[in-house]
Design a protein around this ligand. Sequence first.
Ligand SMILES: Cc1cc2nc3c(=O)[nH]c(=O)nc-3n(C[C@H](O)[C@H](O)[C@H](O)COP(=O)(O)OP(=O)(O)OC[C@H]3O[C@@H](n4cnc5c(N)ncnc54)[C@H](O)[C@@H]3O)c2cc1C
Length: 384
Amino acid sequence: MFNVTKKIVFIGGGHTHSIVLNLLGKCPLSKVRLILITPDIYTPYSGMLPGHIAGFYSYSQCHINLQYLSNFAGSELYLDSVVGLDLKNNYVLCANKEPVSFDVLSIDIGSVPQQLSVLVGSEYTIGVKPVSRFLKCWYNLQENIWNNSGKSFSIAVVGGGAGGVELVLSMIRGLQGESCLKLPNVEFHLFHSGISLMPNYYYLVGEFIQDLLLSKGVNLHLKERVCEVIKIIDDRLNVKCESGLILSCDYVFLVTQPSAASWVKDSGIATNDDGFILVNNALQSVSHHHIFAAGDIATMINYNLPKSGVFAVRQSKTLYDNLRRIMDDQPLKSYKPQSSYLSLIGTGDGKAIATKGNFTLPPHKLLWCWKDFIDRRFMEQFPQ
Ligand SMILES: Cc1cc2nc3c(=O)[nH]c(=O)nc-3n(C[C@H](O)[C@H](O)[C@H](O)COP(=O)(O)OP(=O)(O)OC[C@H]3O[C@@H](n4cnc5c(N)ncnc54)[C@H](O)[C@@H]3O)c2cc1C
């Protein structure tokens, strides 16, 4: 099919693309030009991000350098944000660069916390994604709190799933530092619309986490749906819930349901109602067979998968195989997700919980050592 030089364009340097590019560096495709379009040189590894907030890992330990990776893969790197697709003429539309033509396109742009449709005043909140923006806010917050020990601070996190819970626990450790001494001037509030935390996990996980959060003095607001954030005097914010509860805070972080960038749906590619790209078992768009998608932005039509870094990582081998196969006009391979998988959830204090299906182990240092080993080994595969 493709015997002259063809172009594969990768949009987003997420988990899946990072691994695919690494594999392409080890076993290059002939007569194929590779282009990666992504806004930042560094892309975070989600497994170690909470550990960075907690102060266990440096920035470079939990970020993949996409310039090094592109060099290794023989790919060109365009630092830009994609804002649309021209699917009639096969062009990627960028915020700054000229349109980029492609023969085959692969999309791995992740997701962002759901905001505007559900929350009035979301412009005053800090979404945990894009991670680069979130980290800038986090470093500023740390400075502000450490430089103003006489002032009281109140931090709200909206979302009691794995991301929200890990964020609160990591922020507590990240502010306390190695002393682990409770900061008397900082209070945390966690808002969760459900009755129990981490509803996507076995109930024991939520119970362990709830006990831990309460032991650290976190104010839990269960069955509270935040509907509005209002700016009041001196940069303080009022967090308003549907129940009528109003709390005054200094920082409001959103770790709500993942949502898709609007340009994806606007491009005309087939998506579900939430704007995620519909893909078949080969990770191929159901409407455009020369376009692939993986990670959070993809929704497999035959499986109901959570938006998790675990699946973004696991999909990489199938995506890699299929990009090679489409170039050789070979039949594509199918990705079959595992029905249950091991999760190691850091608790921000040098411990972790292990859970797989209904099997759950409470927080323990050895589990953290195991998680730390797996995560470091994952990062070691990339060019340093
Ligand atoms: C606090 C927190 C902790 C988490 N912890 C875990 C965990 O421990 N384990 C786990 O499995 N999952 C975890 N998750 C979920 C995990 O972060 C996501 O599922 C995972 O990042 C998805 O990977 P991805 O490859 O789809 O995209 P991402 O890794 O999010 O990468 C997307 C890439 O696309 C780029 N991009 C975005 N928009 C554009 C654009 N318009 N144009 C070009 N490039 C673009 C971004 O810059 C980025 O490089 C956590 C999430 C949060 C919020």
